[in-house]
Ligand binder design. Structure first.
Ligand code: GDP
Length: 298
């Protein structure tokens, strides 16, 4: 991912290499190029504007440096601002004072929620936690089975509705799962909820009802990075309809441009917490803004 953006920025910086110091005209020309590079990478316009304004202001105010030439100085500013726009520090999961910590996943169908649930569960298990997955997506045929398969591969417990045991009512399933987790001493509960292909009032309401029933410690909004600018629109709709604490970007492996990754934090004010980069359970990690920025500037 970020190939085009990366190439574009590299050529912007290389044209600065011969400069002794940067004039205002050089800075204007450079930031114009950065603006184009970001727009081509499908970064949302308000984010591009804010980013470019920051870079320009800092470049103008930069002292003549002994250690860095002008090109290096601009690279450093862009790097710092990329880290900033990507969220600064890595944001970790906030564990509940009294277990279980409840994590609820929300997002459109196909975003990669169920896969993500397995990845997150495995990742947490490997850190010494005892997570339990909860199948509260009762809309999509096979969603429950899919979660059970994922749970088996991740080697974690799955709580799913049984016939006559609140079937059809995801809110009841979610509520019961917390008692069950307590009883079986699971310290983390990950609730997979239903999504639709498009933003839908009924689905949004169901997610909000589950949220109200279980009062999650973290609501994570799961979004497919490949949908580009639509990721921003979808994020805003979920922000209004359900609200969330953090973002998980999926399918970063297929997102050549990187627009969603660079936009979502600024637009929603919520940090990207995890990134998914493939279909396998291992293709997953905490999101590190600094590493992502160096990847872009590599
Ligand atoms: P859900 O409807 O939100 O639960 O989405 P699923 O977990 O069923 O995922 C939808 C499709 O996307 C499946 O075919 C997954 O294998 C695939 N998928 C999920 N995460 C990733 C990812 O990070 N990269 C790629 N390439 N595919 C993914």
């Amino acid at each position: 991912m970020f190939e085009t953006l990366s190439d574009r920025l590299t050529s912007v910086f290389s044209s600065l290499r011969s400069k002794g110091r940067l004039s205002d005209a050089d800075i204007d020309a450079t930031t114009r190029e950065i603006r184009i590079a970001l727009l081509e990478a499908d970064v949302a316009l308000p984010v591009v504007k804010a980013f470019v304004a920051q870079v320009k202001e800092r470049a103008r105010g930069a002292e003549v440096s002994q250690a860095l030439n002008p090109a290096q100085q601009v690279v450093k500013i862009v790097n710092d601002e990329l880290i900033e726009i990507l969220g600064g520090e890595t944001r970790r999961i906030r564990l509940a004072k009294t277990p279980p910590t409840v994590i609820m996943l929300a997002g459109l169908q196909g975003a990669g929620k169920t896969t993500l649930a397995g990845k997150l569960a495995k990742w947490l298990r490997e850190q010494g936690h005892a997570p339990m997955l909860v199948a509260a997506d009762l809309q999509r045929p096979n969603a429950v089975t899919q979660l059970q398969v994922v749970g088996e591969r991740a080697e974690v417990a799955v709580y799913a509705p049984e016939p006559g045991n609140g079937v059809g009512d995801p809110i009841e399933v979610a509520r019961r799962s917390i008692d069950e987790a307590r009883r079986l001493q699971h310290d983390i509960v990950i609730i997979d909820t239903a999504g639709r292909l498009g933003i839908d009032q009924e689905m949004m309401q169901q997610a909000a009802d589950i949220r109200d029933a279980v009062r999650p410690d973290e609501v994570l909004f799961v979004v497919d990075a490949m949908i580009g600018q639509d990721a921003v629109t979808t994020a805003q709709a979920f922000m209004d309809g359900v609200g969330f604490d953090g973002v998980v970007l999926t399918k970063l492996d297929g997102d050549a441009r990187g627009g969603a990754a660079l936009s979502v934090r600024h637009i929603t004010g919520r940090p990207i917490m995890f990134a998914s980069t493939g279909e396998k359970l291992e293709d997953f990690d905490a999101f590190h803004p600094d590493r992502m920025a160096s990847r872009i500037l590599d």
